[in-house]
Ligand binder design. Structure first.
Ligand code: FNR
Length: 191
């Protein structure tokens, strides 16, 4: 059966290019992965005080990530770093201490921007947090998608034919293999 993937989009904007990239990834991987976008817009700013009695959206978010075989991030870059809403979601999922839902989830990071650098700064900052959280991170291919604009997508929000679509399709295939490799090696170790 297909592996399940929680996709987390680092933008709350309705017309987000990163959300459109995420939807395209879902479509391209449909034969191998069952992808679901897990929303982060309703997560209150994290406080350790919530560790005792967590707000309902925290519980829903943690359960959705915990249930997935892998995690895929599609994020913009804000001021050369990770958007606050996404870092907040990372922090929410990492707590209470010892109950992190990120632990050992095979992951990849895609960053998209209209700019030339493709969100490189946000991508690497996020990677650092994920490495700390013990997530096996896909190393290649890297995914700094530059020059992505509304014009990169068709009316249904899917990537138009062209080099960007080819890149995202290659990425998708590599990530599906990555999740499969990590899930199967974990099963072997458990036996
Ligand atoms: C940006 N943008 C941006 N782009 C970039 O490449 N590097 C950056 O550091 C920033 N900084 C930044 C800060 C803030 C507060 C905003 C609102 C925007 C531009 C950004 O890439 C662009 O708005 C994207 O379209 C945002 O991604 P979504 O929402 O379309 O997924």
């Amino acid at each position: 059966s297909r592996h399940t993937v929680a996709i987390i989009v680092g933008s709350l904007r309705a017309a987000s290019i990163n959300r459109k990239v995420a939807r395209s990834l879902c479509a391209f991987s449909a034969d191998k992965l069952a992808c679901t976008i897990v929303e982060i817009g309703d997560l209150a700013p994290y406080s350790q005080d919530y560790d005792e009695a967590s707000p309902e959206p925290y519980v829903r978010f943690r359960q959705a990530v915990a249930a997935a075989d892998g995690v895929l991030f599609c994020t913009p870059e804000y001021n050369r770093g990770v958007p606050g809403v996404l870092k907040n979601a990372i922090d929410v999922g990492s707590r209470p201490y010892g109950q992190s839902v990120w632990d050992r989830k095979p992951a990849a990071i895609v960053s998209a921007s209209p700019g030339a650098i493709g969100g490189f700064g946000a991508n690497h900052q996020l990677r650092q947090a994920c490495v700390f959280l013990n997530m096996p991170m896909m190393q290649q291919p890297e995914a700094y998608l530059g020059h992505v604009t509304d014009d990169s997508f068709d009316a249904s929000g899917c990537l138009k034919d062209g080099p960007l679509k080819d890149t995202v399709m290659r990425l998708t295939a590599a990530y599906a293999d990555w999740v499969d490799m990590i899930v199967r090696s974990r099963r072997l170790i458990a036996e």
